[in-house]
Design a protein around this ligand. Structure first.
Ligand code: NDP
Ligand code: MG
Length: 384
């Protein structure tokens, strides 16, 4: 079997380390030829020692490079992911940088690689139409890593040309699902990071608690599967066993189920169309007993509706939504604003941001910068 070379962008993160666990288990199938991170130098050094990539990169240059990691080419700077892809030219790019910071790397991966394995949902939320058009033009498969989108992608294998009536994204409901509105307003960083079913990076865990994560995923699904917003529904499913569903015109619904373990969807994208066993535990239905569902509570969690509205508005609105959210979530994680302010900052930013057309990636970055500047001002005005 020929090995696939893979770049792991965001190698030190939650998705990146789980992907590297699969590379470690299947060395005859994968070679991690390029590893990229932001500033976790020590962590990246130990990954470089283990996986021996051709190229390694950090956005923040460390003070010095240990002797035993100098065998590979090193790239530093904010655009290091783009330059690392160009230098390593891997077959696949696992795009798992968090936030719009990963957009340019997704854009370059489409030029350089045979396939893009996409975890970085913010790249599609902000640059979705442009990215999907480029992928189609160049004939590059975009393989979803986000568990909901992987589930839909897996269900779609059974479509056989039939139209899909509806996509149904499941949501865990996040750490505050059962909390009363007043308590949600003042939830601490610690409360919010205690996700009931998934262990993930800090930013996405906060997004799960506001439920904006599901809003970002609705926009992601819209782009990946060319579905209009009115054909994408969300249902809260606290057990995180059904990862999402598709509905056909005869009312038949297909669901993809598995224990909540991201190595499933990551492995499916890496080995597609094969499946990696990776020691996955079987689902014990008798022990599970029941699977439950409830409608999202848009009163306590207003962000999901804001994401639908931004998607319907189009143009730069989803970029502004994302920029405001990234700014507000970072402020919350620094304990500068209470949890309840996150959705207010997004709403106030969207009200102040003019909606512009998006013709190129430059327009995306301009709209993002504007939205961040407005969100920062809103945050500072209130916290003075
Ligand atoms: P983490 O915060 O755990 O990891 C982020 C990774 O990106 C780290 O390796 C970080 O490096 C790196 N990084 C951040 N900014 C830059 C930059 N400017 N240049 C280069 N590298 C950078 O995030 P997750 O792994 O949780 O999430 C990654 C993406 O996958 C997100 O878009 C998220 O929404 C999506 N996703 C994650 C899931 C999960 O289970 N975690 C599930 C579904 C989607 P450093 O360590 O140095 O900061
Ligand atoms: Mg998801």
């Amino acid at each position: 079997m020929n090995k696939r070379t893979i770049a792991v962008l965001g190698a030190t993160g939650s998705i990146g380390t789980q992907a590297l666990d699969l590379v470690r288990r299947y060395p005859e199938q994968f070679e991690a030829s390029c590893l990229v991170a932001h500033s976790s130098a020590e962590k990246l050094f130990s990954l470089v020692r283990e996986f021996r990539p051709r190229v390694a990169a950090l956005a923040v240059e460390p003070e010095s490079l240990p002797e035993d990691v100098r065998f590979c080419e090193w790239i530093f700077g904010e655009d290091c992911a783009v330059r690392a892809l160009e230098a390593a030219k891997p077959m696949d790019a696992l795009c798992a940088i968090v936030g719009i910071a990963g957009l340019d790397a997704v854009w370059t991966a489409l030029d350089v690689c045979e396939r893009v394995l996409l975890a970085n949902k913010e790249a599609l939320v902000t640059g979705g139409r442009l990215v999907m058009e480029k992928a189609a033009r160049l004939g590059r498969p975009m393989l979803p890593v986000d568990s909901e989108h992987s589930a839909i992608f897996q269900c779609l294998q059974a479509r056989q040309g039939n139209p899909v009536r509806r996509l149904i994204l499941t949501a865990s409901g996040g750490a505050l699902r059962t909390w009363p509105a007043e308590a949600i307003r003042t939830a601490t960083v610690r409360d919010v990071l205690a996700h009931p079913t998934w262990r993930m990076g800090g930013k996405i865990t906060v997004d799960c608690a506001t439920m904006l994560n599901k809003g970002l995923e609705v926009i992601e699904a819209h782009h990946l599967f060319a579905m209009p917003p009115e054909k994408i529904d969300v249902v809260v499913h606290p057990q995180s066993v059904i990862h999402s569903m598709i509905e056909f015109e005869d009312g038949a619904v297909l669901a993809q189920m598995a224990r909540p373990d991201m190595r499933g969807p990551i492995g499916y994208a890496m080995a597609y169309p094969s499946r990696l066993p990776y020691g996955a535990e079987p689902l014990d239905f008798a022990q599970l007993g029941k699977l439950t569902f409830e409608a999202p509570d848009t009163g306590r969690f207003p962000s999901l509706a804001m994401a639908y509205a931004a998607l319907r508005t189009g143009g730069s609105a989803p970029v502004a939504l994302n920029g405001a959210n990234e700014t507000a979530v970072a402020a919350f994680l620094r304990e500068e604003i209470p949890f309840g302010r996150i959705s207010e900052v997004i709403e106030e930013t969207l009200n102040l941001c003019p909606v512009r057309g998006i013709a190129g990636i430059g327009d995306v970055h301009a709209a993002d910068a504007q939205s961040r500047a407005i969100a920062e001002k809103i945050i500072r005005r209130r916290s003075c």
